[in-house]
Design a protein around this ligand. Structure first.
Ligand SMILES: N[C@@H](CCC(=O)N[C@@H](CS)C(=O)NCC(=O)O)C(=O)O
Length: 198
């Protein structure tokens, strides 16, 4: 049985959990404590998600883990084979990851630094990445065909994280993106089963 560092709060872990559900791999991966030193400690970056394979190999970074899991079962394919489609999906995923990282920085500022050390210009800079990313998505409305791919699930996790940490402020003025996320949730039941929590 493979082991995955679990966390209900991490949008990067959520990407992997959605991938496991879409690929039907639930019986091959079990959750490990988010703080599990054996697993997290072997990732030199000390980040989650980290996946421990049956042969003891450590796989780190949500993109790498999702790509590995995608290769285990042929269908549905989350990383398109066609190079154009693949670059489209990966670019979308890169935007989703960037939104999550920036939102994480905004949250870490108040979590890890005393109030008198907060740097508002830094927070504003990170928040602008979130806001511009959401705005871009609204104007380049995504269409999901039969099956969501890795790019789509990354965007969904990014928006879900903003709902969690920023009380859904992104929703104001972005009706097309709201409708898109609702559609994604209908197509991927695991999304509704993995609502973030501390
Ligand atoms: N690029 C990484 C980012 C993972 C990440 O930043 N995880 C956060 C939790 S949401 C973390 O472990 N942070 C702890 C730290 O940076 O020390 C991925 O896609 O897996």
């Amino acid at each position: 049985m493979m082991k995955l560092t679990a966390s209900k709060a991490s949008p990067f872990v959520r990407k992997v959990v959605l991938t496991i559900a879409l690929k039907g791999l639930q019986d091959q991966v079990e959750p490990a404590d988010d703080d599990d030193r054996v697993i997290r400690g072997q990732n030199p970056l000390h980040k989650i998600p980290t996946l421990l394979l049956n042969d003891g190999t450590i796989v780190q970074d949500s993109h790498v883990i999702c790509e590995y899991l995608d290769a285990l079962n042929p269908q549905p394919r989350l990383f398109p084979e066609d190079v154009k489609q693949r670059v489209r999906a990966l670019t979308l995923a890169s935007l989703g990851d960037g939104i999550m990282e920036a939102a994480l920085m905004v949250m870490f500022e108040s979590r890890f630094r005393p109030a008198d050390k907060w740097v508002q210009t830094w927070v504003d800079r990170q928040q602008k990445k979130v806001d511009d990313g959401v705005h871009w998505l609204e104007n380049n409305i995504l269409t999901i065909n039969a099956t969501p791919d890795y790019g789509h699930l990354t965007i969904a996790c990014a928006l879900g994280y903003l709902d969690f940490r920023q009380k859904g402020a992104w929703r104001k003025g972005h009706p097309k993106l709201i409708a898109w996320l609702d559609d994604f949730a209908r197509r991927v039941p695991a999304f509704g089963e993995t609502i973030p929590a501390d």
